[in-house]
Every structure is written in structure tokens, then in C-alpha cells.
Write a protein that binds this ligand. Structure first.
Ligand SMILES: [Zn+2]
Length: 288
């Protein structure tokens, strides 16, 4: 946090330096077009082929084939979900929340893509529908579905509270991935990564830049829907924070299940899907 009383005096031209207008780091116009209209038309012919109910303070994983859609829904009460994505064929290719944030902003919605880690760096999923897109940004600078938080975890909790809590999203995702891929807890934990905070309402305070959360505006019936760009394993934790209005990393909040559904547009449509190639960078890193 920036000191309220700086240790160093501002230079004579401080105001001139601070008043320079910002520029957007990565222009969204230069990103490949996700052809949203085509995907949304494809969605109208898709039929439900599977579902997963994620219990409160727990997580689940499911396979989502490339060229199908998956939807995360609120079903019984306001609840946020922490989502991980892995390539089905290589768990080390996983969702890269930091780069997704740099490319699409702090909070994602329809038309944005979830990008994978280096060296592949390709779209893993495209958001095709978001019933909370009306929320935009509120008067506090908060919004929904962030890629700025990490995931609640027992290590930070131990650091700050000096005790152990075992149902943080990090632990829930670790147990779920271990079970889904028949891995040891130690192996699985190494693949759990920073999440997309589905339905969570967050931001940074305008005066101090501190990460904040507030009660999620999600209500039963709301959903966030994705198109799988590659063969995925999707992991979702129903956060112990519930709607994240008060606290997380405890059993204090009211928590509800989340519903995950997979929709298949048909074999022909899946066969026509083109999986993005890994990044074309030659990986010589200046040695040639
Ligand atoms: Zn959590």
C-alpha cells in the first residue's frame, strides 16, 4: 500500500508527471476475433450432455470437450465460485489469470477469452453469455467475475489467523483435481492456480488501491457460459465465503451449491471446430 505520508518530497514538476494521460497497454482491437455471433448461433442447437453439482465448501471437476459449451449457474442462493481450467492433455497448460487481466481488464464478460499459460498462450475458453453483464461497474469501482483475486487458501489464512482451515477454494480444488485425475494431493496441489472468480463482486479501493469484495449481486437463475476452445478439465469450488459479503476461509457464511452443465452442439459442429495453435513464438529467447 502506498504510504499516506510519503517519505520523499515531490519534485517541482510532480503534478506535470502525474497528469500525463494513460494509454491502454494491450489494445483489444489487435486480438483475434472470437466470432461471437457464430458461437451464439451454435449454442442454439446445443443439447445438454452432462451436469455436475458442486456442493458448498467443496469443489468438483469435469471434462469439457473442445467445441462444446459449459454453463455455471447459481441455483439456491447467492454463491461465488472459484474456477480453474487445465488442458485435458497437459495439466501444465492452465488458465493464466494475470495475462487474461492484462488483455481484457480486471473483470471479464461476454466476448472475452480465458488464456492459457506460456509457452502455449492460446484461448482455452470464450465467454458466450453473462446474465450479470448489466452490473457494469458500481460507484465503488466494483464489478463481477474478476481475474484480480487469487483464490482463498489455507496458507494466507494460516499467516493471518494462525490456525488451519481446510475448505478454502485452494484446498477444495486440490482435492477435486486429485480425485478427477487420480493424483496424490501433493501432485494435484501443484497444478491449482489463480482463478476466475465467478459471480464474485470485487475491486480496488480508489484511495488506497486495496482489494475489496462486497456481496455478490448473483441470484438463482443467473449464469456465466463458456465455449471450450480446447479439450478442458474444468474445476469449480463453491467458495466458503458464500456471497463473499463478510468473510471467507471459515464456516461462518451461508453457502449454496453451484450447477455446471455441458451443452454439445453436435458431432458435425465439434468436428468443424478449429483448435488454436500454441503461440508461434520460436522460444529462442535471444540466443539465436
Ligand atoms: Zn474461495
Amino acid at each position: 500500500m502506498k504510504p499516506l505520508n510519503p517519505h520523499f518530497s515531490p519534485p517541482a514538476d510532480a503534478q506535470d508527471r502525474k497528469s500525463i494521460s494513460p494509454v491502454i497497454c494491450y489494445s483489444p482491437e489487435t486480438l483475434p476475433n472470437p466470432n461471437l455471433g457464430v458461437l451464439q448461433a451454435l449454442r442454439t442447437q446445443a443439447e445438454k450432455t452432462g451436469e455436475l453439482i458442486v456442493a458448498p465448501r467443496d469443489a468438483g471437476c469435469c471434462d469439457v470437450p473442445a467445441g462444446t459449451f459449459f454453463r455455471i449457474s447459481s441455483i439456491e442462493g447467492a454463491q461465488v465460485g472459484d474456477m480453474n481450467l487445465w488442458s485435458k492433455s497437459d495439466l501444465t497448460e492452465r488458465f493464466y489469470s494475470g495475462k487474461t487481466r492484462a488483455l481484457h481488464g480486471t473483470h471479464v464478460s461476454t466476448g472475452d477469452r480465458l488464456w492459457s499459460t506460456f509457452p502455449n498462450m492460446r484461448p482455452m475458453a470464450t465467454i458466450t453469455a453473462d446474465t450479470l453483464d448489466w452490473y457494469g461497474f458500481d460507484e465503488f469501482g466494483g464489478s463481477v467475475h474478476d481475474v484480480i483475486g487469487t483464490r482463498c487458501d489455507p496458507y494466507t489464512h494460516h499467516l493471518l489467523q494462525h490456525d488451519d482451515y481446510h475448505y478454502c477454494c485452494h484446498s477444495n480444488l486440490t482435492r477435486a483435481l486429485a480425485k478427477h485425475c487420480d493424483l496424490s494431493l501433493d501432485e494435484a496441489e501443484r497444478h491449482v492456480h489463480d482463478v476466475l472468480n465467478v459471480f464474485m463482486c470485487t475491486g480496488f479501493t480508489r484511495d488506497t488501491g486495496q482489494y475489496f469484495m462486497k456481496a455478490s449481486p448473483v441470484r438463482p437463475g443467473d449464469y456465466l457460459e463458456f465455449y471450450a476452445e480446447i479439450d478442458l478439465i474444468m474445476g469449480l469450488s463453491a467458495c466458503p465465503g458464500g456471497d463473499c459479503s463478510q468473510e471467507h476461509s471459515s464456516d461462518a457464511a451461508a453457502c449454496y451449491p453451484l450447477l455446471v452443465e455441458v451443452f454439445d452442439p453436435g458431432e458435425e459442429a465439434r468436428a468443424a471446430h478449429r483448435i488454436s495453435a500454441p503461440s508461434g513464438y520460436d522460444r529462442s529467447h535471444g540466443t539465436k
